[in-house]
Ligand binder design. Structure first.
Ligand code: SIN
Length: 332
């Protein structure tokens, strides 16, 4: 394997990784990873690049990993089928995008369930969280582990300070029934769109609002076609890394074990940086716009109250015990 080194542009207090784009040699097992987000300066992109660099160094001659960002290889619309067809071997879709395969991840979309990304990380690392990795087994997919992004923020073509400000607007959403209900509770309309279509849809006025993490809002420039971003931290957005079972089983045992070890180490190490990356992207939005809406505790209370019907609608489906267990991680 020959390597071409590019320095990742992360001005963060972490070791700056050298991004390695693999040119795979004949005879090496190729694992392509496709992500819809940016690579540099993004929690998912940086983790994928770090994993590829390690695989390409430690498994040189045996396995080679290539990372494609920005929906360059596949989009939300076709990536899962491509994985099942083994045209790509690794994906990390947002948990909200697994709805056609399982409802097990709906818990992550429930607004104001988790106080912050650290509570999510603790929950995902618990026995109950790790059990969720098996939710895709019946579909021929294999969940390898959770990668963090962060809490979502709201924005629109007018400032959103109170729930009533969202009334009548159309928001782009991921394909999740819980998220659809969340905006329905505000009297807003929704449109399910692939991530690659969001900027154009906002810029053209096809939709007027969106919710996403600071890292997605900044790297995809959503804030440039919105009037402010509201620091709502109202729900979580993160990923499940998936492969197809056939590909995993086809790997020689030593390669599979080494790959899984590198995956685990990289996941553990990089999940801790997701918070910091989002904080930096929030500062970037602030520096460029000076238009971030911070909510008072009373205003935040109004958003919580507005989203209450979503809990009533989905509590039985998600499981009241599971919700209570997840909430217990907020106290840690
Ligand atoms: C992603 O972070 O992978 C995209 C999430 C979205 O579709 O909003």
């Amino acid at each position: 394997m020959k390597t071409l080194s590019i320095l990742a542009g992360m001005a963060l207090a972490m070791a700056v990784p050298t991004v390695t784009m693999a040119q795979c040699d004949p005879g090496e097992i190729v694992a392509k990873m496709s992500v819809v987000t940016a690579l540099q300066g993004h929690p998912k992109g940086e983790t994928a690049l770090a994993l590829a660099e390690r695989v390409n160094s430690k498994l040189d001659g045996k396995m080679c990993m290539e990372v494609y960002g920005n929906s360059e290889l596949f989009t939300d619309a076709d990536e899962m089928q491509a994985l099942l067809d083994n045209e790509v071997q690794l994906l990390a879709p947002s948990l909200s995008k697994f709805e056609p395969y399982t409802s097990a991840f709906r818990i992550f979309d429930l607004p104001f369930l988790f106080d912050g990304a650290i509570a999510v990380l603790d929950y995902q690392n618990s026995v109950a969280g790790q059990e969720l990795l098996g939710a895709l087994d019946p579909s021929g997919l294999k969940g390898l582990g959770f990668w963090m992004n962060g809490m979502k923020q709201l924005s629109a073509t007018r400032p959103l300070r109170l729930p009533k400000d969202a009334e009548g607007l159309t928001f782009r959403i991921q394909p999740s029934d819980v998220i659809e209900a969340q905006f329905g509770a505000l009297g807003a309309e929704t449109k399910r769109l692939a991530f690659s279509k969001v900027y154009d849809a906002l810029a053209s006025g096809e939709v007027q609002g969106q919710e996403n993490t600071w890292s997605n809002i900044h790297t995809k420039k959503f804030y440039t076609v919105q009037d402010g971003v509201t620091e709502s931290n109202h729900a979580y957005l993160g990923y499940l890394v998936v492969t197809n079972q056939e590909f995993m089983e086809s790997l020689p045992e030593d390669v599979r074990n080494e790959f899984l070890l590198l995956f685990e180490l990289t996941t553990h190490e990089y999940n801790r940086f997701a918070y910091e990356i989002n904080e930096q992207r929030a500062r970037d939005v602030w520096d460029e716009t000076k238009n971030i809406i911070s909510l008072t505790p009373e205003e935040l209370g109004e958003w919580r109250e507005a989203f209450q019907p979503v809990w009533e609608q989905f509590a039985d489906d998600i499981g009241r015990d599971r919700i209570m267990l997840a909430q217990s991680f907020n106290a840690n």
